[in-house]
Design a protein around this ligand. Structure first.
Ligand code: ADP
Ligand code: ASP
Ligand code: MG
Length: 412
């Protein structure tokens, strides 16, 4: 039998009624002759609630126990989905990550998938089971402990299963009807794309568009998984939603394909650091050892042998960053006058493969922001993206102004 992977996000399984609607969609595919692997998220809001309970109980928590708690939301929806399908006379069985087994690294709360065993589920399909329901987001470490794949990780579970089982397609059902030119929740002119290139989707995801977890796009690209994003709330045809595909399969080629944002960023500046070889290595290895995810970095021109060093990181990691920097100062490995944290910044990025061959995108982006009176604090670029750090209060305005200026509401 051909295999199809269908993933349902939190809002699509938010209560028993929504689970029934999702199960009906699964039933339609079973009736077409597919064996289906269903990946489920926790009910909407559940994972946030679990994370909150962990942080309340133990602010500097043991990541192994964080995973034990936070993975549990998916267990509930997997069992309920299997029961719902059985009630519809569709032969179904649920699996938690460790039962599959879905083997991961030991990096708790951000584990990577190493391998998916296909024997257990394959045998059940051979015996006549029609649907395998898998608790997304979780796996098992080499030490035999439950791990999770980072927030949004059920997308990655889905793509990994599609690759492991050679699925015909991996359908990601969510609360919007596809990938848009920007988040439709903050820009009403956002336009749904019929197709988007893997590389553009990868950039949008890593720059904050949470519709797909970054790692899921990476895996789909590497294993040539046919990946589609669509709504679980609308009747669907085989052409619905957005197909994430190779660049060659796309006709539309604007310089900018989409705008992404990341709301909860912070900027830290180390004032008056000695400008000599090895300083950056000391600062950024200490931050990395402390688990701080540094994103943008700027070093100013030095005056009299001293310089300022600025970097950005997620706002929640500022306490850890400050502690790490204070430690290297106390140990005498680094001298600086002060560390200034700005917790009220956001990152806005424009992304497009077309930028490779068209110049002027950066100039236009900066002009649009300046016309809106928005000050740019830090800039980074790559071949297919430009990102700026700005005051958080201007984030939505910046996204909308850029969306207008690059005419993303219009198809070519
Ligand atoms: P799920 O719970 O189904 O995994 P998520 O909340 O993780 O859903 O992702 C879907 C959300 O991603 C949408 O509700 C939307 O607000 C947001 N989003 C951000 N950028 C985009 C974009 N470019 N296109 C579509 N949705 C986007
Ligand atoms: N439930 C997890 C989260 O909210 C994983 C997911 O939904 O993809 O991050
Ligand atoms: Mg998600």
């Amino acid at each position: 039998m051909p295999i199809l992977v269908m993933k349902f996000g939190g809002t699509s399984v938010a209560n028993p009624d929504r689970i029934r609607r999702a199960a009906k969609r699964v039933g339609v595919e079973v009736a077409k002759g597919y064996d289906v692997i269903v990946i489920v998220s926790a009910m909407a809001g559940k994972t946030n609630e679990l994370v909150g309970w962990v942080e309340e109980t133990s602010p500097l928590y043991d990541a192994r126990e964080y995973d034990a708690v936070v993975s549990s939301g998916e267990n509930v929806t997997a069992g309920l989905m299997a029961l719902t399908l059985q009630e519809m006379d569709v032969p179904a069985r649920s699996w938690q990550g460790w039962q599959v087994p879905l083997m991961t690294t030991s990096a708790h709360s951000a584990a990577r998938i190493r391998e998916i065993g296909t024997d257990n589920i394959g045998r059940k399909f051979a015996e006549g089971m029609k649907v395998a329901v898998i608790a997304g987001f979780q796996g098992i470490s080499p030490e035999g402990r439950v791990t999770t794949l980072g927030r949004g990780g059920s997308d990655t579970t889905a793509v990994a299963f599609a690759a492991a089982f050679g699925a015909e397609r991996c359908d990601i059902y969510t609360d919007v009807d596809g990938v848009y030119t920007t988040d439709p929740r903050i820009c009403e002119k956002a336009r749904k794309l019929d197709r988007i290139a893997f590389e553009e989707m990868l950039e949008l995801a890593s720059l904050g568009a949470k519709v797909l977890q970054t790692r899921s796009v990476e895996l789909a690209m590497r294993y040539h998984v046919k990946l589609r994003v669509l709504s679980s709330f609308e009747e669907q045809s085989d052409e619905a939603g957005t197909l994430v595909c190779d660049e060659e399969e796309i006709m539309e080629m604007k310089p900018v394909a989409g705008v992404a944002y990341s709301r909860d960023e912070a900027k830290l500046t180390l004032m008056s650091v000695a400008d000599r070889p090895g300083i950056a290595a000391i600062i950024f290895s200490a931050l990395s050892d402390a688990g701080v995810n540094v994103d943008m970095i700027v070093q100013n021109i030095s005056e009299e042998g001293r310089t300022d060093m600025t970097f950005s990181c997620p706002v929640g990691e500022v306490p850890r960053a400050e502690a790490a920097l204070a430690a290297i100062r106390t140990e005498g490995r680094l001298n600086f006058s002060e560390a200034i944290a700005d917790r009220n910044v956001a990152k806005v990025s424009v992304v497009g493969i077309g930028m490779r061959s068209q110049s002027g995108v950066a100039a236009k982006m900066f002009k649009v922001l300046s016309d809106e009176g928005i000050n740019i604090k830090v800039i980074t670029t790559s071949e297919i993206k430009i990102s700026v750090l700005i005051d958080r209060k201007y984030m939505e305005l910046a996204v909308q102004a850029l969306h207008d200026a690059f005419e993303l509401d219009k198809a070519d």
